[in-house]
Design a protein around this ligand. Structure first.
Ligand SMILES: [Zn+2]
Length: 166
């Protein structure tokens, strides 16, 4: 995505230790994310006195554009898609992560914009398939406290358990 050029502005330069006139730059930069190279338009300012690179005060997180490009190229889930899959399961972040063998912090980061590697993306997509959460709860539900189970959950036989003799 191209940004319209912006005029010079005064910014504090930590090298000059004072406010300086800085000029705006927009450059295509390459990032390695989960083994995939993506190019995104990164913006910053340059101190006209010493050449120091200064953060663009209008850009909160310079990686957001790169992460968006990574998701487009790798066709991995967006933060809101991860949240939708998890919420449809009726599970909290902690319970959902526990069933998938992932850390709750990882699920939380995915729901807040961290890029997802292909392996985790596949796990999350498969967890969204009908019956997947039921299967995981039967298999690993003993790792959850009763109140962590999906609402309306009815216990059943664990998969692979021997059929009951009549
Ligand atoms: Zn400077």
């Amino acid at each position: 995505m191209m940004h319209p050029a912006r005029p010079d502005r005064e910014l504090f330069c930590p090298r000059c230790m004072q406010a300086r006139v800085a000029s705006w730059r927009s450059e295509l930069e390459e990032h390695q994310i989960h083994g995939i190279t993506v190019a995104s338009q990164d913006t910053h300012y340059v101190c006209t006195a010493c050449g120091e690179e200064l953060d663009d005060p209008d850009v909160e997180d310079s990686m957001v554009a790169a992460y968006d490009e990574y998701r487009r190229v790798s066709r991995t889930l967006s933060p809101s898609e991860v949240r939708r899959i998890r919420e449809r399961s009726g599970l909290s972040q902690v319970a959902f992560a526990t069933l998938l063998g992932m850390s709750p912090a990882t699920i939380n980061m995915f729901e807040h914009g961290s890029p997802i590697a292909i392996k985790e993306d596949c796990m999350l997509r498969m967890a969204a398939m009908p019956g997947a959460i039921e299967m995981l709860v039967r298999l690993h539900g003993d790792r959850l406290r009763p109140r962590q189970l999906p609402r309306g959950w009815k216990p059943g036989p664990r998969p692979g358990s021997a059929p009951r003799k009549a």
